[in-house]
Write a protein that binds this ligand. Structure first.
Ligand code: PGA
Length: 256
């Protein structure tokens, strides 16, 4: 049984005070380790430290929203793997669709980031997903295959164990339009088969595949209830405990 991961991607939101109070509320809700559910928050870089402090000794993990692939040095504006580790991160999001589309990240760049993060001991949440036009054109699986091949290039079986996949159909992100549980399940099943072919069935069975894209309290149970959906990457609904906690509760219910 794979452990659910419920992850909050705060994107470029919150200020220090709201970030710290949200973290404090979540640390009360997920104060101790649970066998069935793991909780992660990814605040903006400037708030990693105060959020980490507010999470205290709770079971809520801290993650970065991105990372650079080079070691510390002359790379203005970038943040190194070592720095994320140093401020308490265990996780990092890589390849989010906003970084692919707005910041122009390619599969090659994403692969370098994934490799650097794994080498530095971070667990990667690798985001993949198709645009609306690609889905309408029947390209969903081909797009996912291309993104997976790009991201996993040169990554060995043992290195790949440090990767969680997040399937995020771009048309469902921030739009209020969610993939149906059947659409999510079908993409997740496809990704799991890809992992099985590229690595092996055992590895594929162990790898967590999260769904992201307008996950809300009212759809969390049906999405997380799909056999190949192992958690959620939540944007908008992760910014308030009143909407994020019910998603954690849905995962608890399904795992318990
Ligand atoms: P959303 O964002 O939940 O606001 O759709 C999800 C994400 O981009 O990770």
């Amino acid at each position: 049984m794979r452990r659910f991961l419920v992850a909050g991607n705060w994107k470029m939101n919150t200020v220090r005070q709201s970030a710290v109070s949200l973290a404090a509320e979540l640390s009360a809700v997920a104060s101790t380790e649970e066998a069935g559910v793991e909780v992660l928050v990814c605040p903006p870089y400037p708030y990693l430290l105060p959020v980490g402090e507010a999470l205290g000794g709770s079971a809520v993990r801290l993650g970065g929203q991105d990372v650079y692939f080079e070691s510390p040095g002359a790379f203005t504006g970038e943040v190194a793997v070592e720095m994320l580790r140093d401020v308490g991160c265990q996780y990092v999001l890589i390849g989010h669709s906003e970084r692919r589309a707005i910041l122009g990240e390619t599969d090659v760049v994403i692969n370098r980031k994934v490799r650097a993060a794994i080498a530095g001991g971070l667990t990667v949440v690798l985001c993949v997903g198709e645009q609306l036009s690609e889905r309408q054109g029947g390209q969903t699986e081909a797009v996912l295959d291309r993104q997976m091949e790009g991201a996993f290039a040169g990554i060995s079986d043992s290195e790949a164990l440090g990767i969680v996949i997040a399937y995020e159909p771009v048309w469902a992100i921030g739009t209020g339009v969610t993939a149906s549980p059947e659409q999510a399940e079908s993409a997740h099943e496809h990704l799991r088969k890809w992992l099985s072919r590229r690595y092996n069935p055992d590895f594929s069975e162990k790898t967590r595949i999260l769904y992201g894209g307008s996950v809300k309290p009212d759809n969390a149970l049906s999405l997380l209830g799909q056999p190949n959906v192992d958690g959620a990457l939540v944007g908008g609904a992760s910014l308030k405990s009143s909407t994020f906690v019910p998603i954690i509760e849905a995962a608890r219910k399904l795992s318990g």
